[in-house]
Design a binder for this molecule. Structure first.
Ligand SMILES: *Cc1c(COP(=O)(O)O)cnc(C)c1O
Length: 394
């Protein structure tokens, strides 16, 4: 794995200063149309779908700046951003799937990604085969001659199971016209760079770690220019454009991404270790904890375990529900990746749109709890969980 100077990402962006006035922070440019110096230039920009100086739905200086930083973090030629994570997933699927195509995707993934795949499969007329999210051999076995897209999410929501991306990429390359797409939201670009492992497109709900402050909804995909050009074209007529202010917030969030994620990695590992040793906890799942069944893969494919920790209460669903109600510092809320630690009961909250059978397939047990660990002091988080578990027992 390459060692990167991620903290220096805070310097990126200044060269995009549109007004060349040397702003240390990029100005927000709200203009939706731009005066052309002459007819030739007007025609040139109309042909260039990536022009941010043409029309607001095609992007802004602020969205271009955000995209260029993501592309450099992911080692991609280009990135395309959208007004939500699901919006960018939808644009990617619409760009590459045709009637009669086949997709392989995991049971365990963000629940609305699965609902989107199922809906588009019916509307467009492609087939989806679902597999166990961590079983790379199952993905490989289920691909067919018409498989155009392999969809992976690693670590998976909410179980933090992993899939071996290098193996998946090697197999995908042997198929004609097949692309490997990886939802890397749980890892953030600091902990994992799927393109370096052979994936074709990496995508993120930027609402999570990339924004990092629970105040902006956005999505981004990155990959080769040839693929991103297709996504940008689909995007330009579907229209899920990212507002310049949202792009500016994301760019601001990126300046501290490396610092935040390093602290979240360290806190999450400390919590995983503490939970692992607690008698009220049946099991804990954290990619960088040695008890994770794919620990060896985690250390090969990720640079850190990220801030997502899952655990099961020994006493079942009712203790799980009272634990999430009993924390004080740790807030009961959905979403993830923010600076504040949050706690969720996936079966009743993030994954309640799934049927009982789908919950079983996705590994969402009734006693499962998901933590999104923030940047607080680890001791404060442990004390809060400790008092909440003790109250459970009374
Ligand atoms: C949140 C999330 C999404 C969807 O992103 P939005 O920004 O909410 O649209 C997709 N994948 C994963 C893994 C997520 O956590």
């Amino acid at each position: 794995m390459k060692v990167r100077n991620y903290n220096t990402i805070c310097q990126v962006g200044k060269e995009n200063d549109a007004l060349l006035l040397g702003h240390v922070s990029t100005p927000i440019c709200l203009a939706t149309a731009f005066e052309f110096p002459d007819t030739d230039e007007g025609a040139r920009r109309a042909e260039d779908i990536a022009a941010s100086e043409f029309y607001g739905r095609w992007g802004s200086h602020n969205s271009r700046e955000f995209e260029s930083i993501i592309a450099s973090l992911e080692g991609a030629e280009e990135a395309v951003c959208a007004s939500s994570g699901l919006g960018i997933i939808s644009m990617v699927l619409h760009s590459f799937l045709m009637p009669g195509d086949h997709v392989v995707a995991p049971y365990a993934c963000y629940s609305e990604s699965k609902i989107l795949l199922d809906t588009l499969a019916q509307q467009i007329g492609f087939d989806v085969t679902y597999v166990e999210s961590h079983q790379v051999e199952q993905y490989i076995r289920e691909t067919r001659s018409n498989t155009r897209l392999i969809y992976a999410e690693t670590p998976a929501n909410p179980t933090v199971s992993l899939v071996d991306l290098s193996k998946l990429a090697k197999h995908s390359e042997t198929l004609e016209n097949c692309i490997l797409i990886v939802d890397s939201t749980f890892a953030s670009p600091i902990n994992q760079t799927p393109l370096e492992l052979g994936a074709d497109i990496v995508l993120h709900s930027a609402t999570k770690y990339i924004g990092g402050h629970s105040d902006v909804v956005a999505g981004v995909a990155a990959g080769r220019s040839e693929l991103m050009g297709k996504v940008r074209k689909t995007f330009s007529f579907h229209g899920p454009h990212l507002d310049p202010f949202a792009a500016w917030l994301l760019t601001r969030g990126l300046k501290t991404l490396a610092l935040r994620v390093k602290q979240q990695n360290a806190n999450a590992l400390a919590l995983a270790e503490w939970l692992h040793n607690h008698p009220a906890i049946e099991s804990v799942s954290y990619p960088y904890h040695s008890s994770h069944p794919q620990y060896e893969l985690a250390t090969r494919q990720m640079r850190g375990g990220s801030g997502m920790v899952c655990f099961k209460m020994r006493e079942g669903r009712s203790t799980a529900l009272s634990l999430v109600s009993n924390t004080n510092l740790i807030k009961m809320a959905v979403s993830l990746g923010g600076v504040r630690t949050t706690i969720t009961h996936p079966a009743s909250m993030t994954h309640n749109l799934l049927s009982d059978d789908e919950l079983v397939d996705a590994g969402v047990a009734p006693n499962l709890i998901r933590l999104s660990v923030g940047i607080e002091d680890a001791d404060d988080l442990i004390n809060d969980l400790s008092q909440a578990i003790e109250r459970d027992g009374k």
